[in-house]
Design a binder for this molecule. Structure first.
Ligand SMILES: [Zn+2]
Length: 402
């Protein structure tokens, strides 16, 4: 009998929202006192329901089902951005805690367990998805300053008693589920309470440089200037139109940072730099956008005496989530009479890291107004509770099949 208590889920969320509370939001950056206090409280809750809780040197908190040889792993993160809301990350943990409890109640002594993990620094105070990368053995080294900060936060980082890193065990962890708020407007617009995540957007970042010539802004006639800024502004506008023609209907882009040198109001701009990124689930769409950008750079290079050049500044491949597990989530939504839709995730999640190593699924619940990473972030209580029931049903079906 699957007996998930929605009130318990809401109570866990409300308690977690008290750690680092700022108005209706939270400020719980990784390794801050509020972050560690929330993790230690959650560790106590894990122990209370019968999981064995440990916190490792990077701050990952893991609750292992005792006596289980195989498990379904549920997880998310309890750190937040400095201006965070109460549900980003904690939703998946509150679901996992209640589902693990319900499973032990329904299947006492089962050889298959439900484990729960709270990943450190998903939001990237030090490095985006640091905890899940560490868990998957995908962290070459710690970022500068992390070890000192971890030690002063009271994590056991040195000496013979140091907790070994909590690591993915392919023999044990057969599937990973992460529930999360959508952080966008699509479910609300569709009037549907459940999103079945198909994959997580990949990303490409570029720096576009504009090299002109510095001159006196009062004495140099407009027609004789090699003004890097003027070309940069025109280029930025052209990007928007070209990406619209080239990308898929899911494509998003952001021209997020501009710098101008020497940066004085009375000097014609000599050098400009534009940092931009675009994201999509489809690698072919990312390739098309990259090609469109390169073509645009060629078209603009040399105009008005300004050289334009392009440099890639980073890329992240899109990740598809497991089709069979997506089916379990969609079936569970049907069985609960909850309308669902498939949708990609534009935001990065720990599930993106896990999906490279273990079959992975994500479930979204609607965000009111699509708002997130702000204290106004919220989800209707009935949607929170419905999401818990749907995830539980999918996780139980998965665990029963192992
Ligand atoms: Zn999150």
């Amino acid at each position: 009998m699957l007996n998930v208590n929605g009130d318990a889920v809401l109570a866990t969320l409300r308690t977690l929202a008290g750690f680092g509370a700022v108005g209706s939001g939270v400020c719980r950056p990784a390794l801050s006192p509020a972050d560690l206090a929330a993790r230690r409280w959650l560790a106590g809750e894990m122990e209370r329901i019968g999981l064995r809780a440990t916190i490792d040197a990077v701050g990952n908190l893991y609750g292992a089902a005792p006596g289980a040889g195989r498990s379904v792993l549920i997880g998310s993160h309890s750190d937040s951005v400095p201006t965070g809301g109460w549900l980003d990350g904690t939703l998946g943990l509150a679901y996992g805690l209640e589902i693990a409890r319900a499973w032990m109640e329904a299947r006492p002594g089962a050889p298959v367990g439900i484990d729960l993990i709270d990943f450190s620094d998903e939001e990237g105070r030090f490095l985006s998805c640091l905890g899940s990368r560490s868990f998957c053995g995908d962290l070459p080294g710690l970022p500068a300053g992390f070890a000192e900060e971890a030690a002063s936060a009271g994590l056991d980082t040195t000496g013979p008693g140091t907790a070994p890193p909590i690591r993915l065990d392919p023999q044990r962890h057969r599937a990973f589920f992460e529930a999360h708020i959508e952080q966008g407007p699509r479910l609300e617009a569709a009037g549907l309470p459940i999103g079945v995540v198909t994959g997580i957007f990949g990303m490409r970042r570029y720096a576009v440089r504009f090299d002109g010539r510095a001159d006196h802004a009062g004495t140099t006639p407009i027609a004789l200037r090699r003004d890097a800024a003027r070309l940069l502004y025109r280029f930025a506008d052209a990007c928007h139109h070209r990406f619209r023609q080239t990308g898929s209907t899911d494509s998003v882009w952001n021209l997020g940072k501009v710098s101008l040198q020497p940066g004085a109001v009375n000097v014609v701009v000599e050098r400009g730099e534009l940092l931009l990124e675009f994201r999509d689930l489809d690698p072919a769409a990312l390739d098309s956008l990259s090609a469109a950008l390169a073509m645009l750079v060629d078209e603009f290079d040399g105009q008005e005496g300004v050289r334009v050049s392009l440099e890639e500044a980073g890329r992240l491949a899109p990740v598809s989530l497991d089709a069979a597990l997506q089916g379990l989530v969609a079936d569970a939504a049907d069985a609960r009479g909850a309308g669902s839709m498939p949708l990609p995730s534009g935001a990065i999640h720990d599930a993106m890291v896990l999906a490279r190593s273990v079959p992975t699924a994500m479930l979204f619940v609607p965000s009111i107004g699509g708002r997130s990473h702000t204290p106004v972030e919220d989800t209707r209580a009935e949607d929170i509770v419905l999401g818990a029931h749907v995830l539980a049903q999918a996780v139980f079906a998965c665990a029963d099949s192992l």
